[in-house]
Design a protein around this ligand. Structure first.
Ligand code: OGA
Ligand code: ZN
Ligand code: ZN
Length: 376
């Protein structure tokens, strides 16, 4: 494309100024350019790993000459050992301009006016090809959830799909877990009770990023699924109840698992922000919350804020409710969405889900892999 071709290059002091055909101009730092040389002395051509050591690049390195060759590449000869570097203009453009990605993966916070059920994708003869998978993964980035329908109901499906995207994120629960009603269950999940909106395993420093849940049998009455966009709720609380938002983003709760032989706990706010104040995650597992440790005088407000969050994530305006049919698989961001289920009645029939986890960045990696394959 025209926007990726170099029009001219000039040496200005120690830097290079390039002009692009879309009229943009970039000033390239000599160390930045030199360390990104991709010749076979500087880059392992098989692993694509750097062979240049930053310590070996002189701090005062400068370009001696700079040209655009007949293939459109930038060619630079350096003051240090007359080393010669070639830069592919597409690579250069992608890395040195503040170009926004062509991929539209901005998050779309939703409530139930925006989205009544997860966006759905049908298998073709039970198969999910890479084109469908790409759309599924992009949908997860945007909405936090995607649903695949008409999948076979055998036991291997969920693991096979997860492994196409990335390695399984193991936890102190089973690597691949079954959600079925059990008499001696060590977790509420494996009963027939209603499960209020929650995130799984907030008791870990990094809770599993993406949950896959495959419905294999849905003969029992009840047991509908629920999903809530925790980011939408967080944004609305910030607007409507700023004092609660402040509490929810700063006061730490201890999320603790006390059953079984392990003892995982993690202290963090319900709404987690990154350094820039952007939403990073929500955590809520109401039945695994350890006693609050706070000053008596602060407790009224802390409880009120948490209650407000819990009311909203379980309210019809924010929580979608939909039947979970055999052959459906939902994949959702467990650090953004809260999920739950209605009570079901085991005497009326069986219900069997099978699930597992992968990480958020496995999804990103798979998306990029599919994009790269498409470019070739
Ligand atoms: C769980 C869970 C959902 C369901 O096991 O943590 O949320 O539909 N299960 O049973
Ligand atoms: Zn080189
Ligand atoms: Zn759960």
């Amino acid at each position: 494309p025209a926007s990726e071709s170099l029009v001219s290059v000039q040496i200005v002091n120690k830097s290079l100024v390039v002009h692009w055909s879309d009229d943009q101009q970039s000033t390239l730092h000599p160390i930045w350019l030199r360390e990104n040389c991709c010749c076979d002395q500087c880059l392992n051509q098989v692993t694509r790993e750097h062979l240049v050591d930053l310590r070996d690049i002189p701090a005062d390195i400068r370009p001696i000459s700079a040209d655009i060759d007949e293939r459109g590449a930038l060619v630079v000869i350096w003051s240090d050992q007359n080393h010669c570097s070639h830069y592919n203009p597409r690579w250069l453009y992608a890395h040195c301009t503040n170009r926004v990605s062509a991929r539209d993966d901005k998050i779309r916070p939703w409530n139930t006016n925006d989205l009544q059920e997860p966006r759905s994708f049908n298998t073709v003869d039970g198969i999910i090809d890479d084109d469908i998978l790409y759309e599924v993964l992009l949908t997860i980035l945007r909405y936090g959830v995607a649903r695949i329908r008409a999948l076979p109901v055998d036991e291997r499906q969920v693991e096979d799909l997860a492994l196409r995207i990335g390695p399984i994120r193991e936890t102190h629960f089973d690597r691949i877990f079954d959600v079925v009603s059990k008499a001696d269950s060590d977790t509420l999940a494996n009963t027939s009770h209603h499960l209020a909106a929650h995130t799984d395993i907030p008791t870990r420093e990094s809770p599993p990023g993406i949950q896959l849940l495959h419905c294999r049998i849905a003969e029992a009455k009840g047991g509908h699924s629920t999903l809530t966009d925790g980011f939408k709720v967080a944004k609305d609380i910030k607007q409507q109840f700023p004092a609660y938002y402040e509490i929810l983003t700063t006061v730490k709760w201890c999320h603790a698992n006390r059953a079984g032989p392990t003892d995982y706990r993690w202290e963090s706010p319900i709404i987690g922000l990154d350094q820039q104040g952007e939403l990073r995650e929500v955590r809520l597992l109401p039945f695994s919350r350890a006693p609050l440790q706070a000053d008596y005088d602060d407790m009224d407000d802390i409880y009120a804020a948490l209650k407000c969050f819990m009311e909203m994530v379980n309210s019809p305006l924010y929580q979608m409710t939909f039947p979970f049919k055999a052959g459906d698989l939902i994949m959702f961001d467990n650090r953004r969405l809260l999920h739950g289920r209605g009570e079901f009645y085991p005497k009326t029939g069986d219900r069997a889900l099978r699930g597992t986890y992968i990480e958020r960045d496995d999804v990103m990696s798979k998306i990029r892999q599919i994009e790269q394959r498409r470019c070739q």
